[in-house]
Design a protein around this ligand. Sequence first.
Ligand code: XMP
Length: 535
Amino acid sequence: MLHTLRHVTDQALAEIHEEMAIRKTQEVFLLFPLGSQFDHLIKQSLEKLGVFCLVADSGSVTAADVKKLNPIGIILSGGPVSVHQDPPPFDKEIFDLGIPVLGICLGFQMWAQHIGCHVASSAKREFGVHELIQLDDNLLFDACPFKMQVLQSHGDIVDASMEPMVKVIAATDNSPVAAASYKHLWGVQFHPEVTETVYGQQIFNNFCFDICGAKDIFPAEDVAKQKIVELRRQIDEKKVLLALSGGSDSSTVAYLLKEAMGEHLGNLRGVYIRGIDRPDDEAHVRQFFGDRSWLDVKIVDESESFLQVLKGRLTMPRKRRAMRSVYKEALEKQIADFNASFIVQGTLYTDISESGRGYGTRAKKAQIKLHHNVDLGFSIPELMPLSDQVKDTGRNIGRSIGVPEELLTRQPFPGPGMVVRIEGKVTADKLRVARQVDDIYIQELRRHHLYGSVWQAGGVVTQSVTTCTKGDDAVSGLVVALWAVWSVNGFTAQAAELPFDFLKLVARRITNEIREVGAVVYRVSDKPPATIEWG
Ligand code: XMP
């Protein structure tokens, strides 16, 4: 699965087709981010509509690549530069392919310049909220009011007074060409992706469905409904045990079960396993499910069993394998205790695929790492309602059935928790250090409003030691490695460029507050070749 499409090779095409099959769609949109702050919001807007959108690198994806992929629509974001100075690299022949294009701000100016329009530096720059007035009936603004609020943020404007004449469809006070079209090219000078543009989502809807003709919609709501019906059919009135972690996937499954089991919710029990978990996981379970108003939650402490089984296991694969047995046994005990007929987990397609499974083809698939919850072989049937979903689509399902946003937007974290964040021996002391590191790092990400802008972040207690001086003594201290990534679905990821000042602050807190730590380093590798977790 691709994070950013760089070239349409046979392998990339195969991966895209695999993802399209998971999403049950024949249609793909391409988004070329041109450096806008709001790029990701465009992707989220398309996801809300239930269409599949791939992010493409404007610096490497060519018209030939686009032809091979054959998207049904293309979106170009805004950007911080001008078409006259340092324009982003982009193969302009893409505009000539006849595929509908929606250019936003700089993206609009790029196609306008390409067809021969003059892009001028505006005498009055527009920043902030403005009133847009429609000038002509058009598909892009279908179901939008004649006058509407939009967010503008630009210096340059498209001059429509000269040939070739574009069709001007909307204007603001300062922008006589706030939106226009020319054949299959559509452009808006404002930003439909931000909430300040009240009808922005409608505009994306019109572009995708009316202009590009998208049909394969699998909005989260429909998928959720199908899953609820399926769960109801499978479970009937039987007893169900749910493995609950405090993260978005198992929380979403809890809410699906709530809908599916209705008046039989007394037959549902959630189990949270304490032992190798992160510092705030149990708190989230208690906060959101602890009042037992509809879910009977049981918290079981397996700290000792985990430490026992991890003794003498030094490599990550051996530790992963060992901890799976405790996890499975703990759940088996609860299955017996509750007399459950089904065990339900929040396993995603990503977990299954990385564990070496996926579609039943004869093609060999590598086992990247064995996930804690895959192929455990329980004594009763296992249901995995999200096993055909990836992180972002799973979150969309949760959103559509009322899972609290705070649970949905929690960063992903691994089931094996701290086990994969401690190199070498896992001891009670190392567990404490790893938890403290995580606590400080996540606290500071939240405090600096960075938590939501990275996909996942974590810290690893490495086996390296460093000579350090604390007080007047020279001692040796542990080296902690911090990492943070940008990703969409966890299949690929890029090292997040966290501000250096922020990293210094986190490092200072870690070395000051955790006696055993002597130095902090930051991982800058992407996935691939690295994986998101250390081990
Ligand atoms: P990697 O480290 O393989 O991880 O790039 C991809 C995503 O999966 C999470 N992860 C796990 N999640 N059980 C889980 O439920 C596991 O055994 C496991 N291992 C990794 C990881 O945190 C990342 O979000």
